[in-house]
Design a binder for this molecule. Structure first.
Ligand code: ATP
Length: 240
């Protein structure tokens, strides 16, 4: 792999749910160290794309090249060991377990267990709220705290690529702001991120580059600052 190759390259991804098409044709690049946003309205295919990358739903066609290797069709446990971790829509936490136990479960794929303490400290410095609540049961936390926990759990596998599925969904604006401050800090530290988000303004502020999906296809892409002023973005969202 040349040094200019992106960390992740998706080419003509297609995902079928039986006769239904979840993603028809998605192509995108995520360069190392960048934050890339995947935009689109409800049902555009953002979650399906992230789940296909993470090995949670099967890929019907196309390729998912990560660090030079086509990982399309590999199971989720193998994908996470390669250095991709997903913070899923709906969080999927162990609600009866403590915050800290949920975080420790995120470290399961790590071969070197001696790194766990340092990773835990990193998560607690990114989200101090989780440190305050480390002994609390996940099921008793607010939506914002659960979202932080889902991101923190993904960070516990020390991913090269962090996949974030709609981290602002259903949260109060003040929580969303602190969440996105945390993402900005991760970006500054060199974390590569692919971010699916319905909120265009938020995502374009956080991202370097963005892709817009419409009915399962990438229909527009560009530097985030260009898309922020591109009237086609609004047009696509409104489905005109
Ligand atoms: P949302 O913001 O609602 O999550 P999205 O952009 O993430 O939207 P997807 O959830 O990926 O979109 O959905 C893409 C398409 O695939 C939609 O038409 C949806 O109805 C369909 N779809 C998603 N999951 C399934 C499933 N398990 N079975 C059948 N169809 C599905």
């Amino acid at each position: 792999m040349s040094s200019t190759a992106p960390m992740l390259r998706i080419e003509h991804l297609q995902v079928r749910y039986g006769d239904l098409i979840g993603v028809a044709d998605v192509s995108l690049d995520v360069p190392t160290g960048s934050v890339v946003a995947l935009l689109g309205s409800n049902g555009a295919g953002k979650t399906t794309t992230l789940n296909a990358i993470a090995g949670i739903v099967p890929v019907s066609a196309g390729s998912v090249t990560f660090a030079g290797e086509n990982i399309a069709g590999q199971p989720a446990y193998a994908v996470v060991r390669k250095g991709l971790a997903l913070s899923p829509e709906g969080w999927r936490l162990f609600t009866q377990q403590s915050v800290e136990n949920n975080l420790m479960l995120g470290a399961t794929p790590l071969a070197d267990r001696s790194r766990i303490l340092r990773l835990l400290e990193r998560v607690y410095s990114v989200f101090p709220r989780l440190s305050e609540r480390r002994k609390q049961r996940a099921g008793t936390m607010s939506g914002g705290e659960r979202q932080m926990l889902a991101v923190g759990r993904a960070l516990m596998s020390d991913p090269k690529l962090l996949l974030l599925d709609e981290p602002s969904l259903g949260l109060a604006p003040a929580i969303v702001d602190s969440m996105y401050d945390a993402f900005a800090n991760l970006h500054k530290d060199g974390q590569t991120i692919l971010l699916a988000e319905q909120s265009v303004d938020l995502a374009l502020e956080a991202a370097d580059h963005a892709y817009v999906l419409q009915v399962g296809r990438t229909v527009l892409e560009g530097p985030a600052r260009d898309l922020a002023t591109n009237p086609d973005v609004q047009r696509i969202y409104l489905g005109v």
